[in-house]
Write a protein that binds this ligand. Structure first.
Ligand SMILES: Cc1cc2nc3c(=O)[nH]c(=O)nc-3n(C[C@H](O)[C@H](O)[C@H](O)COP(=O)(O)OP(=O)(O)OC[C@H]3O[C@@H](n4cnc5c(N)ncnc54)[C@H](O)[C@@H]3O)c2cc1C
Length: 484
């Protein structure tokens, strides 16, 4: 069995732009933690789990982060074979749904945590995935998180134990069997871009060509795309990026999205004008048979394609909680949860970080984990179980009452800033997300919609004063580093 220290060795932490070995460990001077709450387990060492570890330790809690992979960074640990159906796949495989050419879709000035800005590296405001991985490794080094990490260790089960504690069954790589560890609380940071979701009822199993999910797409230099007729399904960020990338090598790309059915002519014209001539827009897929795909909008002719690339999202899964019956995930959300974060019954002792989508991820995780940490340390408290359950019920009832899609429960479009304000307020006066970051995020959103192809290489005049705030933040951080 790997020892705790041994397990964290060999992370190959970066120093790079952040200075070799620079450390700036800040502990909050808290006198005591909530009686009975001391040992906290974090599942996952991605962007959510790492900042959770830091925030928990700032509250003087004893933290153990279990990570099944051998590297920190989760999604950002890209390899050519990192998809969910990769041949090297094992329980210890880090699944990453990134692709080789991926550049971030948010400017670096706002992507990082509050007190650890991205520094100039590649020179681009929208860097490649490797730079994000370096950033996260540097974060571990800078805040001295290594000793909390138990790498190559899979959490197989988690369930409530006597005395309000949690029993985790963990299995280090190479061990035949897992062993039990007991904690006062569990913070679930296992990510939600791993388990591919496909449209139901279209007859995907009857398709006779090649098909793959975007989680397994790595490059377009692939026989399934080069010179082929390809259908890309889905209008999210992956569908948008990949239909453009595939079109550079394919003979023809049909891009299908349920949203296209609802666009008026002007909007369709504007989308088309940003696309290569060999990309043809289609509505929602109705059925698939042989190599022929039909679409819901009757007026659209069926098409024959060689390959289907499903960019149709992911399921939420928490396999290690299955036996506990604590949460349900079948309906495309994790329930029941109060404020997308806390389990009403277990309160701060069972939390789920980063379930939101269409968010500013790293700051979102940071603000959430501050709330978790401060509740666990006793600095702030949650409503009663009944109040949290009632609020969760009312929230779910609202979604269903409006006829909205249940699997959009954790979608934060339009509500993210209010949510984060509320979380910060509930965290005993924790800092709010700065207005200039919100401003840049919103400009980026519009810029991306108007210039979907080239937004990453475009700086709008209204971004400049906000970017200067980001540059000033990076400068003062660098000056701090130099003083150390
Ligand atoms: C294609 C794509 C593009 C994206 N682009 C951007 C972008 O430009 N900017 C941005 O900010 N965000 C982007 N994101 C979102 C990105 O996922 C988040 O930024 C963030 O990395 C998610 O972090 P996480 O910690 O929640 O999850 P993950 O990064 O998935 O980390 C979860 C970790 O938990 C571990 N784990 C899971 N189960 C267990 C277990 N049972 N035992 C032990 N360990 C376990 C995993 O191995 C993994 O390391 C993108 C996502 C995708 C898929």
């Amino acid at each position: 069995m790997a020892s705790r220290q041994g397990a964290s060795k060999g992370l190959g932490l970066a120093s790079g732009a952040y200075g070799r070995g620079a450390r700036m460990v800040t502990h909050a001077s808290r006198a005591s933690s909530t009686p009975g709450c001391r040992e906290v387990a974090v599942v996952g060492a991605g962007a959510a789990g790492l900042v959770a570890a830091r925030e928990l330790r700032r509250e003087n809690l004893a933290v153990t982060v279990f990570e099944r992979g051998s590297e920190v960074g989760g999604t950002w640990v890209y390899t050519a074979n990192c998809g969910s159906t990769a041949s090297s796949s094992s329980a210890y495989h880090i699944h990453s749904s990134l692709y080789e050419s991926l550049r971030v879709n948010l400017p670096k000035e706002i992507m990082g945590y509050s007190d650890f800005p991205f520094l100039e590296n590649s020179g681009s405001r929208y860097c490649g995935h490797a730079e994000v991985k370096d950033y996260l490794r540097s974060f571990v080094q800078h805040f001295d998180l290594e000793s909390m990490l138990e790498m190559n260790t899979l959490v197989e089960e988690a369930e409530p134990a006597e005395g309000g504690k949690w029993r985790l069954r963990v299995r280090p790589r190479g061990d035949q069997e897992g062993h039990d560890r007991v904690f006062d609380a569990v913070v679930v940071c296992n990510g939600h871009f791993e388990s591919p979701k496909f449209p139901q009822g279209v007859g995907r199993e009857n398709y006779s060509g090649s098909q793959l999910h975007s989680c397994d797409y790595k490059t377009s230099d692939d026989d399934r795309f080069v010179g082929k007729r390809v259908l890309v399904v889905g209008m999210g960020p992956s569908g948008d990026d990949l239909c453009r990338e595939v079109a550079e090598v394919a003979s023809k790309v049909y891009w299908s999205g349920r949203g296209f059915d609802r666009f008026d002519e002007e909007r369709l014209r504007s989308v088309r004008s940003s696309l290569r001539g060999n990309i043809i827009l289609r509505g929602n897929v109705a059925s698939v048979s042989g190599k022929v795909v039909t679409f819901e909008k009757g007026s659209e002719d069926p098409v024959e394609v060689d390959t289907i690339l499903w960019c149709t999202g992911y399921h939420y899964t928490v396999p290690f909680l299955k036996g506990s019956g604590a949460v349900q995930t079948e309906r495309g959300r994790i329930e029941p949860l109060y404020e997308h974060l806390f389990h009403p019954k277990f309160g701060p002792k069972l939390s789920f970080v980063g379930l939101g989508f269409r968010i500013l991820p790293f700051p979102f995780f940071e603000i959430q984990t501050r709330w978790v940490a401060r509740c666990l340390s006793g600095r702030c408290s949650l409503p009663t179980e009944q109040e949290m359950a009632a609020e969760a019920e009312a929230f779910y009832g609202g979604i269903e009452g409006e006829g909205a899609r249940v699997d959009m429960t954790h979608c934060m479009d339009g509500v993210q800033w209010d949510y984060l304000d509320r979380v910060a307020r509930n965290s005993g006066g924790a800092p709010k997300l700065e207005d200039w970051k919100i401003g840049l995020y919103e400009i980026n959103r519009v810029k991306k919609a108007r210039h979907p192809k080239e937004y990453r290489d475009l700086t709008l005049p209204e971004e400049v004063p906000l970017m200067e705030k980001g540059a000033a933040r990076a400068q003062s951080f660098l000056a701090q580093l130099q003083e150390l």
